[in-house]
Design a protein around this ligand. Structure first.
Ligand code: TNX
Length: 525
């Protein structure tokens, strides 16, 4: 078995390092670079983006150290002693979009990457090489801020390293969405899947359909008061920009044809029965869904998507498509007429027709459609990416058909499930237990795929459904440390994985969570 990071450090008499996700390659040096009041940060000349990354680093280092960290531009490839240089010059192109090389000597630090995103990922490594107290937002009186001498060459194993957040079952304020994104960034995750519409609440402003914010975000609470919230266009732009600065792509999810009662409450003419409806107060699956025989449904959804596309520049739009009961369609004249005129076999093919029609629209706007694995039923839309949640079979089938896949199977990636089998453990979803160790053991690329099919596995994602997670404290508890475990699954080389070593390294991260006041599984009360 491979020696753990801790053993290697001990053998080399260097400082212990606890980087998560574990880098691809580490060579150990002796001694440390010390951050001092004189330490400067240099960036190559003429790149505002890299300057932005340097400012992010300085902002992270300043509060605890109380040091200035002036950021300077330099035209020279080398850099003076007592400095940190961020550069894309002379970088190994083989490190790709997000890889980097970090060389720490007693004199200086060189962070080099072919692309700015790699510099940003490398900065997370620098942060994690520093003592845990660097996370303090208040000044810490300390003798020194050492960064161990080391040479790290690193790049991710998968390109979709995702976290999903259901902002619908309970509205999630933007302050917490940012905290969630910060945690993703710290663990080098790069895709934030934002679940924005549901039976129990519609959470995104659509200017063309004002009732979607006047009515659809609000459900009756037990005391008859209205409970909910929504994101304005301005809020969305702020979150997208915040994520962008952290090299995280936001994938919005607009659910269709099911999980759409909150929208139908405001626009009941888009249902098969005509309503009336209430924004759902209970969890579960509704039989009332968008009518697939009514062209108005498609006009509405395309209008909604056109505003969504304006707000989210990323290449993907998720359209849900999970858990759509076919009861209403079976009894609806318009849906039955559509089945006839389109020559469809049954209601599954009608769902497939629905998704294909939406995909055509999204593709015409240069966006890719993502859907939960139910989009396989009745035939896949030609360019769709499949998110496999009901186990891995959907993902396997889709990749065999030449479609891209994101793996997110319940037994490994559902962070709304309990982490241990204790009666008072948080998470009330299903009967399953998804321990951090279970997450850590996950292998996103199924054995049965050929190398060509395996190329379609873009990566994996952790899903946070919030039926039983009403606030940020509970969400933190559910994602920590499972997010950390998943980050290593999707970033680090497969051969490096060692759960004992991971839990050792987590100890340093728990200290950081304590300093940041974050809740987590295993926290001493
Ligand atoms: C199934 S996973 C759902 C969600 C629920 C989740 C947990 C998926 C695509 N759909 O609507 O929140 O189970 O109850």
């Amino acid at each position: 078995m491979k020696a753990s990071l801790k053993q290697l450090a001990a053998a080399d008499q260097t400082a212990e390092i606890s980087v998560i996700p574990e880098p691809m390659k580490i060579q150990w040096g002796k001694g440390s670079f010390l951050l001092k009041h004189t330490t400067r940060i240099f960036v190559e000349e003429g790149s505002p983006e890299i300057r932005g990354i340097a400012n992010y680093l300085a902002d992270k280092l300043r509060p605890a150290t109380g040091l200035g960290f002036a950021v300077h531009e330099t035209a020279r490839p080398g850099h003076p002693a007592d400095s940190i240089l961020l550069t894309t010059q002379n970088a190994d192109a083989g490190l790709g979009e997000e890889g980097y090389e970090l060389i720490v000597t007693k004199d200086s630090i060189l962070l080099r990457a072919p692309k700015p995103a790699g510099l940003f990922r490398g900065i997370q490594t620098i942060r994690q090489l520093l003592p845990a107290k660097i996370e303090s937002r208040k000044y810490v009186l300390t003798a020194a801020w050492p960064i161990p001498c080391v040479k790290i060459t690193d790049k991710p194993r998968y390109k979709w390293r995702g976290m999903h957040l259901d902002a619908c079952r309970h509205f999630t304020p933007t302050t917490f969405v940012k905290e969630f994104i910060d945690l993703m960034a710290f663990y080098k995750m790069n895709t934030f899947h934002w679940h924005l519409t549901e039976d129990q609440g519609w959470r995104i402003e659509i200017k063309k359909y004002p009732k979607l914010i006047e009515q659809s975000p609000w459900r009756k609470a037990d005391d008859d008061s209205l409970y909910g919230g929504y994101y304005t266009h301005e809020d969305v732009r702020e979150i997208v920009a915040y994520a962008r600065e952290r090299f995280i792509t936001v994938v919005p999810e607009i659910e269709m044809p099911g999980h759409s009662v909150a929208a139908l409450q405001a626009y009941p003419q888009l249902s098969c029965t005509g309503g009336t409806f209430e924004v759902m107060q209970e969890w579960g699956i509704s039989r009332d869904v968008y009518c697939a025989g009514n062209d108005e449904t498609f006009v509405f959804l395309q209008d909604v998507l056109s505003e969504v596309i304006e707000l989210f520049p990323g290449p993907y739009v998720h359209v849900g498509a999970d858990e759509c009961p076919k009861d209403r369609w079976k009894e609806c004249e318009k849906c039955q007429a559509r089945i006839k005129t389109e020559g469809l076999k049954d209601e599954h093919e009608l769902q497939s027709y629905f998704i294909r029609r939406i995909e055509k629209y999204l593709n015409s706007k240069n966006r890719n459609l993502v859907g939960w694995d139910e989009i396989l039923e009745g035939g896949l839309a030609p360019n769709a990416t499949v998110m496999s949640w009901r186990g891995t079979e959907g993902g396997i089938a889709a990749s065999k058909q030449g479609h891209d896949v994101v793996m997110s199977p319940g037994p490994y990636c559902y962070f709304d499930m309990k982490q241990v089998d204790l009666p008072d453990e948080q998470g009330h979803n299903w009967a399953g237990i998804v321990s951090p160790e279970k997450v850590y053991s996950y292998e996103p690329t199924p054995d049965e795929l050929t190398p060509a099919e395996a190329k379609h596995i873009l990566g994996a994602q952790g899903n946070v459904w919030t039926e039983y997670l009403p606030n940020s404290n509970e969400i933190e508890y559910m994602i920590l440390p499972r997010l950390c475990a998943l980050s290593e699954v999707v970033w680090s080389p497969k051969e490096h994985r060692n759960y004992g070593d991971f839990t050792d390294r987590m100890q340093d991260h728990y200290k950081r969570f304590d300093i940041l006041g974050l809740n987590y599984f295993g926290k001493q009360k």
